[in-house]
Design a protein around this ligand. Structure first.
Ligand code: SAH
Ligand code: SF4
Ligand code: F3S
Length: 447
């Protein structure tokens, strides 16, 4: 690696602030890898950094507002420290309006790139260094997947592994296909090679990442699908746990349900975003399934994998959602009894079909529904966790607990967080923990 180190950059410090989903978290690991190869080292605070990059998300308005707020703060820092490089990348920059707003209203930003040209970071930085001019470069369209091993992984136990990029589903509310491009799958040999390398380094758990993992492989010239990929990954010696994110209920085939149940390393946690419980709204969202089909799928999973857990994403206040439609959402939540759900108020996104639909729901209404939904879901989450009290669960110990460093935290195969007392040397091992207490979002246990 040392031959890449650029003398004039060596010793300089970077900070990457990451917003949004695991895709961005993974991209940030790659960006940090590029920066370290150039000779940068991590900064512990904004004021110590020579370069700060915001890796942005635009899935909801709130995410964008956070970034604009942070840019405002950084503009002040830049006044005190004119040589500071402020960069912005990620999903927000792929939108023309945002790009123009930064160019015209935020002249202190001297580095802009998008989701399709992350690999250009070193060149863009050299350009800034050599010319003292800002470097702005956005690609309009996705290019081929760039394979390389540059990345700085922070976690030593769990690792993200991309299996596909982009999304072709075009749910009518969603900006992701517009800023992440068409779906592209990595080849299975590259994926298996990366995971085998990670296992050799001591990683125990991998999370296969894609916006819609179950359509993996459709763009490759082979018959291999996501279930076949799981079978391959499951064969990797030394790997303990396999997770994936996100699966779509539409093409969750019987073959996939059976494969997940059969592959022992694949955890029995299903994150199956339902989004809404009303057929009218599901259709308007272009989700491609009905509530009945969703419930059938859950039943199938339950029959084949009895100790499973299931989580969901749910949107309230989609255009045209009446009280009856919302009650259908509450009803499906009660029927499925999700272990947990990420609940969101619908946020109109520029250029998506739903943003132009009539009958947009008022903010107060959305808030009220969100509140009602969370109340129902939290009660179910707690009830489901209470049922686990007294049982022994297999836990992969991840780190000291965030709230109390004398305790440890880990996850069950069903993705429940468990906090308990134990020696630090247990980190990275798989142990049995007896659950003694349940809370809405996590479990308390003892060895
Ligand atoms: N590809 C994944 C994740 C997409 S973004 C999937 O399909 O599940 C994560 C979640 O954000 C979505 O599941 C959805 O619930 C929510 N979301 C997306 N667009 C939104 C919008 N415009 N308003 C509110 N929530 C949204
Ligand atoms: Fe967005 Fe739908 Fe694609 Fe998920 S599947 S990223 S919600 S368009
Ligand atoms: Fe946000 Fe982009 Fe992920 S919009 S949710 S960071 S794919």
């Amino acid at each position: 690696m040392t031959e890449h180190i650029n003398q004039s950059l060596s010793g300089k410090k970077y900070l990457i602030l990451t917003y949004g989903c695991q895709m961005n978290e993974r991209d940030s690991e790659v960006l940090e890898g590029y920066l370290e190869n150039l000779g940068y080292c991590p900064a512990s605070a904004e004021k110590d950094a020579d370069i700060i990059i915001l890796n942005t998300c635009c899935v909801r308005e709130k995410a964008e507002l956070k970034v604009f707020g942070k840019l405002g703060e950084l503009s002040k820092l830049k006044k005190e420290k004119p040589e500071l490089i402020i960069g912005i990348c990620g999903c927000m920059t792929q939108q023309d309006e945002v790009y123009e707003r930064i160019r015209d209203k935020a002249p202190y930003v001297n580095l802009v790139f998008g989701t399709y040209n992350v690999h250009q970071l070193p060149n863009l930085l050299l350009k800034i260094q050599n010319t003292d001019e800002p470097a702005y470069e956005i690609w309009e369209k996705e290019g081929d997947i760039v394979e390389n091993n540059v990345s700085r992984r922070i976690d030593r136990i769990k690792a993200y592994v991309n299996i596909s990029y982009g999304c072709d589903n075009f749910c009518t509310y969603c900006i992701v296909p517009h800023v992440r491009g068409r779906e592209r799958s990595r080849t299975p040999d590259k994926i298996v090679e990366e995971i085998s390398g990670l296992v050799k380094e001591g990683y125990k758990e991998i999370m296969l990442l894609g916006q819609n993992v179950n359509s993996y492989g459709k763009d490759l010239n082979s018959n291999l699908d996501f279930a076949d990929l799981l079978v391959e990954v499951n064969k990797i010696d030394g790997l303990e746990r396999i997770r994936y994110m996100t699966s779509h209920p539409r093409d969750f085939t019987d073959k996939l349900v059976e494969t997940i149940a059969r592959c022992k390393k694949v955890c029995e946690h299903y994150h199956l975003p339902v989004q809404a419980g009303s057929n009218k709204i599901l259709k308007a969202m272009n989700r491609g399934y009905t509530r009945e089909e969703y419930l059938d799928l859950v039943e199938k999973i339950q029959s084949i994998s009895p100790n499973y857990s299931i989580t969901s994403d749910i949107i309230v206040g989609f255009p045209g959602e009446g009280e009856e439609d919302f009650k259908d959402t509450l009803d499906i939540v009660e029927r499925v009894r999700f272990d947990a759900a990420y609940t969101f108020a619908y946020s109109p996104r520029r250029g998506t079909p739903a943003a132009a639909m009539e009958c947009q729901i008022k903010d107060e209404e959305k808030k009220e529904r969100l509140h009602r939904l969370m109340e129902v879901q939290n009660k179910i989450s707690l009830e489901k966790n209470m049922k686990l009290v007294g049982t022994n669960m297999e836990v992969l110990v991840e780190s000291p607990s965030k709230t109390d460093s004398s305790r440890l935290t880990g996850r069950t195969r069903t993705n429940k967080i468990v906090n308990f007392s134990g020696e630090q040397s247990l980190i990275g091992t798989i142990i049995n923990v007896k659950i003694t207490k349940a809370q809405t979002w996590n479990l308390i246990g003892e060895l």
